[in-house]
Every structure is written in structure tokens, then in C-alpha cells.
Design a protein around this ligand. Structure first.
Ligand code: AMP
Length: 450
């Protein structure tokens, strides 16, 4: 069982809106791509908190009737990303507890790197845990803090944890949003009606008609209290190191992440890739959906026509959802199919955003060759993924990362491509840097920050 299962997820918080839980529901719906295993919402009406969470997609967990019971003018929500191992309902969020100051609910996106040390220490002191989630540590740290006020207890608690966290807390009367000092995982602030919203990505704002205000700054805590403007507290000096993989793969192209549009960044990556790794071909074909923006960039830069040569069946989840290798193979087949008439006899450049285990690309190339492609050149709009992520992206251990164990030529042979090339680190940086922003690129470079 993996213990670090609090990974790529979505968080949302709505404050001071009469339909708070409904807005949280719609926001989670927009953020469904960040996690499909479990969903939950806690709402508050100033007197008590109500929580509903379960395994499944947002639309499976909630219906009108359930949302009606989530009363109040504030709500926080979460969708959980699945990883191998524990799929217990106890690992769904919000994490909720009663303690000496009353009730508290927490949602968390990220991964705490000193989770085990803290948990062992707490267990030695007599704490009892219900789940394997690192977020539960926070509840205990807050409950045990000697400080009088919740805001001071939160500061106390987050000063003990390390790693990646975008957090939203709900108490009986207040909401708190907090981001780690590196700003690994995204978190944006918006205005909705007379109230406020925080969410992992701004595609949630667009759906609920909220207006984007700004990022929650790395190291910043925002306190939302009725009748007051959000109060900002600097818990840490910010040393931004945003996760590059949000731009490469994870975030939705229509979102602003770290204050900038994702689609444009991905398209830049494709343009840079065309400059660095040209090859003669008849058409550019993206692996849908992830490879589409970068394939458009590659096509525009190279002048080679872009064609949707592979169709995606949208009614199944992402291929990573299934923990076993056989199931993953089958899911790739179920998900993607070629347009044979288009592909037959053609030299194809197929573009995807990343290669992790190599399963997807191998299957796709086999599929294109079976459809009659005369040549298949694979181009990847990010560098080789050579290192696992400890800050909240679900990259597998090093022994399963194909690029950590094979050269580019060996991978090319393994996936059956006529050629394979990746984007260089420098070109990736050129694609995402407009104002000298700093990123965490550990998955590509092995340079870990914490
Ligand atoms: P693989 O088959 O293991 O090489 O996976 C590569 C495919 O999975 C690519 O099409 C990516 O778009 C997608 N992908 C990359 N990283 C992740 C991730 N962390 N979770 C889910 N899918 C991913």
C-alpha cells in the first residue's frame, strides 16, 4: 500500500455565497481531470459543518438531494486522484474532525515529504489515525497546538510540515486557504457574486461565473471571514518553484495556472519541438487530448499539416487509473483508435506530451503501423521523465520510468518508432518562461528542492 496518496488532486473553496455547495460541486466538475477516484464536499452554515464524500466521479457522488443537505454559505471540496493501492473511502477528502475548538474540515492537494516522521511522532504520543493520508497529520497538529486561535494553530501546524501543499480549511465560521512557500501546486483566488472562490485551476471560475483576481501567493495564508475582505498573512517568504508538469500535462488548457494560460504554454512547447527536432513527414497527428496543443504548435512552426488521425473515446477515464499493467494496456486500446483512411501509406509525426512507462506510445505506434502508416516518428513535447515526483504528481518509481532505464534510441526501438525525440530542458524553459519564473523540474532533471 502506498502511503503518499494525497497527490494530484483538485481543491476548491467557496465563501459567502448562498449556493456555496452547488458552486463547489460545479467547480469540482470542472476540475474532474485532476482526480477521478473520489470526491467530497464539506459545507458550513455558521453553526455546524456537513460533509459528504465517496468514491467515484463528482456526478456519481452527488445529486440534487445530497447537495440540498450541504447547507450554508461556505463550502470546500476535493477530487482525489487514484494511485496504486489503497482505495478506501477513508482516503477520500475532506478530512473532517471534531476537536477542542469545534469542527474542522481540510482539503489538500500536494504531498508532504516528512509525512512518515510526523506520523510516527504523533503515534508515539498516542494519536490514533483512521486513514493513510498525510492530511490527517494536519488535523492532529492543529488539535495539539497550544495556540488559542485557529489561524495561529494552522500556522503552527504548517510550520512542522514539509513538501507540497495547497490547502483549504473550513471551521464553523471561517475559511482559510494556504499554499506552501514554493507554490508547487497551483491555487487561484476569484470573486463570485459577493463572495470568494479559491480553486486549483481557473477553469472552475469560468464555469461558475467567477472573476479571476490573482494567485494565492506561495507562503501566503488567506483568511475569509463574513463581512470582511480576505485577510492575507505571510507565513513564509515566498521562494516560488512551480511544478512544470502542470504546464506539460496536468492542467486543463483553458486554465490560468500560476497566472498564465496553459494552452499557450503547451503550444510554445510544440513550436520549440519543431525547431529542435524537425523531420520530414506528410502529417502531424496528436495523441489526444494531451498532445493536441503542442501538435498544433509543431504544425504551425513546421508547415506540415495537422490532422486528427487518432480518435479518443471520451467515455473512459485516464489510462493511469488502473493499477495493473494488463489493465493499462487494455485501456489504451479502448481509448484510442486510428482513422485508417487518413493514415494509410503516410509518414506520420505523432506528438504526445510525455512518456512515462512507455506503454501508451508503444501501443499507439503499433496501432498506426497496423493502420498502414509508412513511417511513424514520435516527438515528445517535454524532456525524458527520469525521476519520480515527491511533490504531488503521480510519476512511478524510477525502475518503472522508461527514460530512467533506457537511452532515447533504446526507447525508440522498444516503442517501435522510426525515430524518437524529446524536447530539451532549455527549450522547455523557453516555452514556459515569460518573466523569469522559477519552476520545479525534478522529474526531468533530478534536482529536488525539498
Ligand atoms: P505511459 O504509457 O506510461 O508512457 O504514459 C504516458 C501517457 O500518460 C501520456 O500520453 C501522457 O499524456 C499521460 N501521462 C503522463 N503523466 C501522467 C500522469 N502523472 N498521470 C496520468 N497520465 C499521465
Amino acid at each position: 500500500m502506498r502511503e503518499d496518496i494525497n497527490e494530484k488532486c483538485a481543491v476548491v473553496g467557496i465563501f459567502n455565497h448562498e449556493e456555496a455547495s452547488k458552486l463547489a460541486y460545479f467547480s469540482l466538475h470542472a476540475l474532474q481531470h485532476r482526480g477521478q477516484e473520489a470526491a467530497g464536499i464539506s459545507s458550513g452554515d455558521g453553526k455546524r459543518l456537513h460533509t459528504i464524500k465517496d468514491r467515484g466521479l463528482v456526478t456519481q457522488v452527488f445529486n440534487e438531494e445530497k447537495l440540498e443537505t450541504l447547507k450554508g454559505h461556505m463550502a470546500i471540496g476535493h477530487t482525489r486522484y487514484s494511485t496504486a493501492g489503497d482505495d478506501s473511502i477513508l482516503d477520500a477528502q475532506p478530512v473532517h474532525a471534531n476537536y477542542d475548538l469545534g469542527q474542522l474540515s481540510i482539503v489538500h492537494n500536494g504531498n508532504l515529504t516528512n509525512h512518515q516522521e510526523i506520523r510516527q511522532e504523533l503515534i508515539k504520543q498516542g494519536a490514533i489515525f483512521q486513514s493513510s493520508m498525510d492530511t490527517e497529520n494536519l488535523i492532529h497538529l492543529i488539535a495539539r497546538s497550544e495556540k488559542e486561535k485557529l489561524k495561529d494553530r494552522i500556522v503552527d501546524a504548517v510550520k512542522k510540515i514539509e513538501g507540497a501543499f495547497s490547502l483549504v480549511f473550513l471551521s464553523r465560521s471561517k475559511m482559510f486557504a494556504m499554499r506552501d512557500r514554493f507554490g508547487f501546486r497551483p491555487l487561484s483566488l476569484g470573486k463570485v457574486g459577493d463572495g470568494y472562490v479559491v480553486a486549483s485551476e481557473t477553469c472552475a471560475f469560468d464555469l461558475i461565473g467567477a472573476e479571476y483576481i490573482r494567485e494565492v501567493e506561495p507562503g501566503e495564508m488567506l483568511i475569509f471571514e463574513k463581512g470582511k475582505a480576505p485577510q492575507s498573512i505571510k507565513v513564509y517568504d515566498a521562494t516560488p518553484k512551480h511544478c512544470i508538469f502542470e504546464y506539460v500535462y496536468f492542467a486543463r488548457p483553458d486554465s490560468q495556472v500560476y497566472g498564465q494560460n496553459v494552452y499557450q504554454k503547451r503550444k510554445n512547447m510544440g513550436m520549440e519541438l519543431a525547431k529542435e527536432q524537425p523531420v520530414e513527414a506528410d502529417m502531424i497527428v496528436p495523441v489526444p487530448d494531451g498532445g493536441v496543443p503542442s501538435a498544433i504548435g509543431y504544425a504551425q512552426e513546421s508547415g506540415i499539416p495537422f490532422e486528427m488521425g487518432i480518435m479518443r473515446n471520451h467515455y473512459i477515464g485516464r489510462t493511469f487509473i488502473e493499477p495493473t499493467q494488463e489493465m493499462r494496456d487494455l485501456k489504451v486500446k479502448m481509448k484510442l483508435s486510428p482513422i485508417t483512411d487518413l493514415i494509410k501509406g503516410k509518414r506520420i509525426i505523432v506528438i504526445d506530451d510525455s512518456i512515462v512507462r512507455g506503454t501508451t506510445s508503444r501501443r499507439i505506434i503499433r496501432m498506426l503501423k497496423e493502420a498502414g502508416a509508412s513511417e511513424v516518428h514520435m516527438r515528445i513535447s517535454s524532456p525524458p521523465t527520469t525521476n519520480p515526483c515527491y511533490y504531488g504528481v503521480d510519476t512511478p518509481d524510477k525502475d518503472k520510468l522508461i527514460a530512467a532505464n533506457m537511452s532515447t534510441q533504446e526507447i525508440s526501438d522498444y516503442i517501435g518508432a522510426d525515430s524518437l525525440a524529446f524536447l530539451s530542458n532549455d527549450a522547455l524553459m523557453r516555452s514556459v518562461n515569460s518573466k523569469g519564473e522559477e519552476y520545479c523540474t525534478a522529474c526531468f532533471t533530478g534536482e529536488y528542492i525539498v
